[in-house]
Design a protein around this ligand. Structure first.
Ligand SMILES: [Cu+2]
Length: 125
């Protein structure tokens, strides 16, 4: 009897610490909404990319790299933060993107001091 109750308590403790850990992990800045959207096709080149994260980011240590289908980097301007929304990074494009598919490799430093990175794709018709 006592043993069962103890193991049940142990299982409960384990479950709650796992939950606490996952909530902590979720606090990092993950990409929430990129514009153009992931796997989308846009009719014309956007003037900039807008990446909204789950947490505020530090623009000085955040940025993106865009690669075309030939794996060449595309020139981009300096990443800026939306003055009214610090979880939003705006990356101006130095020149319009020709038709084709693009991969965006992003990296950010969130205000809690954690670095995260990832990538997504979109196409210009
Ligand atoms: Cu974090």
């Amino acid at each position: 009897m006592k043993k069962t109750r103890l193991s049940r308590l142990a299982a409960l403790l384990l479950a709650s610490s796992a939950l606490a850990f996952s909530q902590f992990a979720l606090a990092h800045a993950h990409l929430k909404t990129p514009v153009p959207a992931d796997k989308s096709t846009v009719d014309a080149s956007p003037k900039s990319l807008t990446l909204t994260f789950t947490e505020d980011v530090e623009p000085a240590f955040s940025g993106v790299e865009i690669r075309n289908a030939q794996n060449q980097t595309v020139p981009v301007g300096k990443a800026q933060i939306n003055a009214k929304q610090h979880d939003q990074l705006i990356v101006p494009l130095s020149q319009p993107l020709p038709a084709g598919s693009y991969q965006v490799n992003w990296h950010v430093l969130s205000v809690d001091g954690h670095k995260t990175k990832g990538s997504y794709q979109f196409s210009v018709k």
